[in-house]
Design a protein around this ligand. Structure first.
Ligand SMILES: Nc1ncnc2c1ncn2[C@@H]1O[C@H](COP(=O)(O)OP(=O)(O)OP(=O)(O)O)[C@@H](O)[C@H]1O
Length: 299
């Protein structure tokens, strides 16, 4: 289990991560979503003891990462696919890691197999690897110590669609066997397909968190009116804000009935009024990260 409590990180006066709290439970995949610069990597680095927090705590099975003896056997980490020594072969990278962790070297071949790196690839130097191959090697490294927890920062970067599908299966299987997965991504569809729980971060703060299906069901209402300017005024009058969709409508964080009644009272002609959930996570993500007023409405 990963427990993050009131975690903050400031760089000078810039709050990269601001009072972030969430948990990742065994048996689940937690999708950590946010646009570029939202604070995902900084949060993950703090969980893994690589960046000291300005305040707050992050623990793994009740312990700070830095205090764990042989952490690789409890938590597998993939934060940067290019972090491996580029002059070593894939097999050398894993063999050295196995020696450091005190793991049977036979696990090296098992891990390579598990991530789909064949014998030829394992003999090649990492500098000749594509980004997708580096991600696979990073995942093999994370899995090497047979940990119960995985922390993966954008692991799908550089993978082709088949690779993304494969990784989704691997993570689902890992969680179904009781493992805990924290997976960051800005690829919304990928997270939607595999996560049980979502933590959405924007501007260093959590803007939404919870069960994926519940969040999708509660992701607002899409409204389109004949006169969008008049709709905007009606929404303002009842204290609601809309976020523009790409097809000319707005998403409003309110029930269809509330919006429908307000529109009817104003004699407004609506062309569309439906739950945004059907539009999937993408619409919710755009809504949640669109602006401060929307974030405040969601909190
Ligand atoms: N070492 C650092 N020094 C100064 N600012 C930093 C440092 N690391 C991160 N930041 C800033 O903190 C904020 C959060 O960055 P972070 O890398 O955590 O975001 P992210 O959600 O992982 O984004 P991305 O998807 O682009 O990697 C950004 O504004 C970034 O510029």
């Amino acid at each position: 289990m990963i427990t993050v409590e009131h975690l903050s990180k400031r760089y000078g006066s810039h709050p990269a991560v601001d009072d972030v709290s969430f948990t990742c439970e065994p048996g689940t995949v937690t999708g950590f979503l946010g646009p570029n610069g939202a604070g995902k990597s900084t949060t993950m680095r703090m969980i893994c003891g690589l960046t000291p927090p300005t305040s707050g705590t992050a623990t793994v099975d009740g312990q700070p990462y830095k205090r764990m003896g042989n952490p690789g056997r409890r938590i597998g980490v993939l934060l940067d696919a290019s972090a491996q020594h580029s002059g070593r072969t894939g097999r050398e990278v894993l063999t050295l890691a196995a020696l450091t962790m005190g793991i049977d070297r036979r696990r090296v071949d098992e891990s390579l197999d598990r991530v789909g790196l064949n014998k030829t690839a394992a003999k090649r130097r990492v500098k000749a690897y594509s980004l997708g191959m580096r991600q696979r090697l990073g995942l093999a490294y994370a899995l090497l110590g047979d940990p119960g927890i995985l922390v993966l920062d954008e692991p799908a970067n550089g993978l082709d669609p088949e690779g993304i599908f494969w990784m989704r299966g691997l993570l689902r299987d890992f969680a179904d066997r009781g493992g805990t997965v924290l997976l960051s991504s800005h690829l919304l569809r990928e997270v939607e397909a595999v996560a049980d729980k979502l933590v959405v971060i924007g501007g260093g703060r959590i803007v939404a968190e919870g069960d994926k299906n519940e969040l999708l069901a509660a992701s607002g209402t899409v409204v389109r009116a004949l006169d969008m300017g008049a709709l905007d005024m009606v929404l303002q009058r009842v204290g609601l804000t809309g976020t523009k969709t790409t097809d000319g409508g707005v998403v409003v964080q309110a029930d269809a009935e509330v919006i429908g009644r307000a529109a009817a009272d104003a004699g407004l002609v609506l062309l569309e009024l439906r739950p945004a959930g059907g539009g999937g996570l993408e619409q919710m993500f755009l809504t949640l990260t669109a602006g401060d007023s929307v974030k405040e409405a969601v909190r």
